[in-house]
Design a protein around this ligand. Sequence first.
Ligand code: COA
Length: 696
Amino acid sequence: MSAVKYRLDGNVAVLEIDNPPVNATSISVREGLAEALKEAGADPAVDALVLTGSNGVFLAGADIKEISSGLSNKFPMLRDLQSQMEALPKPIVAAIQGVALGGGFEIALTCHWRVAAKSAQVGLPEVKLGLLPGAGGTQRFTRLAGPEAALDAITSGAQIPATRALELGLIDALADDVVAEAIVFARQAAADQRPLRLASNVTEKITGADPAVFAAFRKKLESKARGQLAPWRIIDCIEAACTRPKDEAFQLERDWYNECRNSAQRKALVHGFFAEREARKIPDLPTDTQPLPVRRAAIIGAGTMGGGIAMNFANAGIPVQLLELTQEALDRGLGLIKRNYAASVTRGSLTQAAMDRALSLVQGVTEYEALAAADIVIEAVFEDMKVKKDVFTRLDAVCAPQAILATNTSSLDIDAIAEITSRPQNVIGTHFFSPANVMKLLENVRSRHSSARTIATAMSLGKQLGKVAVLAGNCDGFIGNRMLQFYSGEAEFLLEEGATPEQIDTVMEGFGFAMGPLAVRDLAGNDVGYLIRKSRRIPDDERFSPILQRVFEAGRLGQKSGRGFYRYEGRTRIPDPEIMTLIEGVSRDLGITRREIPDDEILNRLLHPLVNEGAKIVAEGIAIRASDVDVVYVNGYGFPAYKGGPMFWAQEIGFEKVVETMRKLAPTHGQRWRPAPLLERLASGGQGWSDLKKTA
Ligand code: COA
């Protein structure tokens, strides 16, 4: 069976790509297309061609697995097909439904015209995989839509709705019945002998492009794309489209594509792509498990977290109730939500109509009895077991028997919360990250009672809300916060020994973290950090640095009090000699002689604890697989996506080296530096994370 179906509709050949699930341009598709193009070209009864896809999708782009295996370089490559298409003297019309992405959109851009369903989306998302569109995508897009639109779209990888693509000149017509209308379009173009329009020859929008556009865009991207390769190369390509002769610009795009393709960043981001999809798979759930459809939700607690979670549901079009027991607290919470939406409208990232629609889905309530129709209730109240148990007892009494009762706790025992109810099988942790309406991660935490349906519902909720969901087991801190305590704790040991907050943060931000650990502490609040620290259980032979406690006791709560590990003017952090006096005082009290700490020691000292605790989490089955830990860290903790996550990082530098570094540091820095047995096993066996599945 060919991956391309060929049929005739009168004098129009319809080429339908059929490569489930998303019609990636795998080698079978490329071979099928080459064959079908040849046949249509040679058949005198064919006057025009329509290119389309099965499965409700045009083409989702290169087969990402082939990029790693090298098969994507096998003949015919996309550019061979494009040469074949451009040489054909018959009109080719793309009929786009679903998505046309990456190489798929590059093929569409090579057709003479494009007709798209109104619901279709197009785009060049390669940047998200550390790549750039290497089959003329940056060139044809820029020629059709102009450099400004190309810069925005290709450096972000965003999907563009068909209506917008029409305005930009990327497609030529919208259709209800896309294949039928594309056939009519193609037949008419042939009958009219309309001059064939190749995007690669269109010049209106690239002639006389203002060079200042590129300088300004580079400046705009400075902090967002810091440390990355692909976004900068994409700008270079678009600039080349406007300033170099056509053939030279196409060649540069190919060269820079190869540079990106061979980069460690590409490898890390492709790992991330598959890791996110793998995370949805829960091996012990029966395959026929059906999630409970979530049509109505409720949130307990209208604080920053509860309000943010409610916004997620409203944004996804799901009616959501927000409960506070007093009208004042409820009004405050609803006001906060309104202000958040209004700020997005002011920024231009949301329309007034979308804000009104979202707000109409949020209903404030002050009585538990009002929640009887909710399919899922998420508790987001104060982090205190007694308070949580009280909430769950009340929910148990009023909610529908099949409703899922979820807690947003970031560390408390989910089993204990479940056991207070008469339906422990319906209880689960849904740990959102602040700000909940922005952060991508949803860390779902199963209790030992959670039923398959409860777990499946929480996981599918992630997709419904546009989040990346990962399933964790129940333990102190789950996956993310359990690892974080060792990372943040090590930062304070480094301060005791001689580092400064700005040195530590600069090193970690240089590695690619969105924020260094001490800046993060100041953002989250040192009162909150200290309270969580106090509740942690640590082994007798371990200690925490007293720095956090002293910072808290000095009233340096972080950004909110204008002082923490830094002094703040607005949100700008400024090194503060006063904090150094406090830190040096701690060193003195502990009898530590402060020393210069090299930057590479800081990096090692902070990354290894993440890897080590992550390995214990995998060994204990708290995370299903190592790549789930990476998904948590990239999407919830600011770990640079283009470095793949802590577990991927460890594998890339080599487990032997990781273990060796830890063993070297253990005699000076204590038991916490003893390598996890799983790391030692991987190091001695020369294995990778994916081998664990096979040997388990
Ligand atoms: N190559 C190979 N496999 C792909 C793929 C691609 N380009 N795009 C998707 N898949 C696979 C996924 O791995 C997943 O496999 P699984 O079910 O075994 O886990 C399956 O197709 C479905 O993908 P998923 O993302 O879960 O479906 P979705 O409906 O949420 O989204 C897309 C569909 C096409 C929007 C999304 O998959 C996507 O963005 N793909 C990548 C597009 C891209 O980057 N193209 C350029 C490549 S250079």
